[in-house]
Design a protein around this ligand. Structure first.
Ligand SMILES: CC(C)(COP(=O)(O)OP(=O)(O)OC[C@H]1O[C@@H](n2cnc3c(N)ncnc32)[C@H](O)[C@@H]1OP(=O)(O)O)[C@@H](O)C(=O)NCCC(=O)NCCSC(=O)CCC(=O)O
Length: 319
């Protein structure tokens, strides 16, 4: 365990003009920009909907945290959230977020948020905020040593490489082209592409660099936490499947998600997402994630349990 100061990181490598596919408007000015309907009542819309046709959990958590943050003062920082996904989100209708001001304390303030569709909750979330307070107690695990993002291909480049393989089946080609056409508002660079895509059996652990597409800027820390909450649900649960390349997912869904924010960070700058799964059983799996700033500071930790029902991969599958 190494000692670390979680000092403000002022370094900025981002500028809107650098990004050919600047989806800033999608994540910050659209998905996380909730419409206020009444006091403590908001409406959120969707952008990227996964192939499961249920709403992306990270979007619901990110929006719930935006709604919670709107009723706390600027000097409070989000430090944790705990959520249950109780129903599948319907991509055809918006989500309502109803905030309950559970407690305003001296140091800590708690909000409860219910995400509602068709008159019923799809997510229940508690979020807690704190005044910045100094402490002589400061430690963190060291960040894993991995190649820098500049030295790794993007998922789009990796998919292009797979597409150029001569023995690819037509359906695999179609699947990959669909993946390429999907505008996920997160940019991802896997540290080990073969492992990321489960082409080799391995430990239930994977690492990838991730950042929000587009320039967000210093902004406020609460917004970066909301974006990180969105990002943190991406590819986390899949970590549970890594030791089982002979099985493919038939039904997977996250059941709950907890997150702790440790230090300031920029969600539009590369962060290393270290995911592992200490346990699976009873059609469920536990996944844990750590988001690292590239200067080695631990920015956030999260834990998620999901339901995973699988079926054997056909013998002749090329992917
Ligand atoms: C978790 C559930 C499904 C639990 O509800 P229920 O208990 O009613 O469902 P269930 O009985 O588990 O059934 C779920 C599906 O499994 C099937 N099923 C049930 N029992 C089975 C069994 N013994 N063997 C095989 N299949 C079975 C059902 O037919 C159904 O499939 P069919 O549906 O085909 O009939 C629900 O609470 C829910 O949907 N919550 C929201 C989850 C969510 O949306 N999370 C965020 C998105 S997930 C995410 O974002 C993570 C990103 C990622 O995936 O990486």
């Amino acid at each position: 365990i190494e000692s670390h100061n979680s000092a403000e990181d002022d370094s900025s490598e981002s500028s809107g003009a650098q990004y050919p596919q600047d989806l800033r408007s999608v994540l910050v000015t659209s998905v996380l920009n909730l419409e206020q309907l009444d006091i403590d009542l908001y409406r959120g819309t969707h952008h990227w909907v996964p192939r499961t046709r249920r709403l992306f959990g990270g979007q619901i958590i990110g929006q719930a945290l935006v709604a919670a943050a709107k009723s706390v003062s600027d000097d409070l920082y989000a430090h944790s959230l705990h959520c249950y996904f109780v129903r599948a989100g319907d991509p055809k209708v918006p989500v309502l977020y109803q905030v309950d001001r559970t407690r305003d304390g001296r140091s800590f303030t708690v909000r409860s948020v219910k995400a509602i569709q068709h008159g019923q909750p799809i997510l229940i979330c508690q979020a807690s905020f704190q005044l910045l307070q100094p402490s002589p107690l400061q430690h963190q695990f060291p960040m894993p040593v991995v190649p820098q993002p500049e030295d790794l291909p993007t998922v789009e480049e990796i998919i292009q490489r797979y597409l150029s393989k001569p023995d690819l089946t037509e359906s695999a080609k179609q699947g990959l082209n669909k993946l390429l056409a999907t505008e996920v508002p997160i940019e991802v660079k896997p540290v080990s592409p073969a492992q990321f895509y489960r082409h080799v059996s391995g430990q239930p652990r994977r690492l990838f660099w991730a950042r929000a597409r587009g320039h967000i800027g210093e902004g406020n820390m609460k917004l970066h936490c909301c974006v990180a909450a969105y990002v943190s649900d991406f590819a986390l649960l899949g970590t549970v499947l890594l030791p089982y390349p002979k099985y493919k997912a038939r039904f997977t869904a996250s059941l709950d998600h907890a997150m702790w924010f440790h230090s300031t960070f920029r969600s539009d700058e590369w962060m290393l997402y270290e995911c592992d799964s200490p346990w699976a059983g009873s059609s469920r799996g536990l996944a844990q994630g750590r988001l690292w700033r590239r200067d080695g500071v631990l920015a956030a930790s999260c834990s998620q349990e999901g339901v995973l029902r699988v079926k054997p991969v056909p013998e002749n599958s090329k992917l």
